[in-house]
Design a protein around this ligand. Sequence first.
Ligand code: SF4
Ligand code: SF4
Length: 143
Amino acid sequence: MSDTPVGIASRWSERHAAYAAGLGTFSLSDGFITPRGIAHRCGSIVTTLPLAPSPRKFSNHHSNCLHYHDGSCGACIARCPVGAITRYGHDKMRCRELVYGTAPEKLSVAYGVAQTGCGLCQTKVPCEAAIPAACRVSIDVEA
Ligand code: SF4
Ligand code: SF4
């Protein structure tokens, strides 16, 4: 992850690869909401194997997030301990300070682990384990 002309960005985005593969859409918190929800890890494999593309079941790149669907929800805003999410989106700098600064500094010693993380914005939210029902009304998605 590095600073680029468009801000903090990865050289390779697993979420964008997943979007290109038709697996889900992006969220207010910059996560990726799939039929199995937002609380997941995704990865990609680069191959020359010919594969039939999955049908895209989403009308736009934000379709699965309630905030973008009808202006409701915003549950992830309250879940963030450092106020990195607002109705205007996700403050990557503020998030990074916690994830790569404060959290490992405080928690790695307390819990005896080298790697810590956060992801609180992806738990106890309507999109945690599925696409919210209101976003699914006009599309055929497996729950
Ligand atoms: S908690 Fe609500 S507003 Fe936040 S990403 Fe999930 S559906 Fe969107
Ligand atoms: S990962 Fe943690 S710090 Fe970053 S936006 Fe989500 S709740 Fe906030």
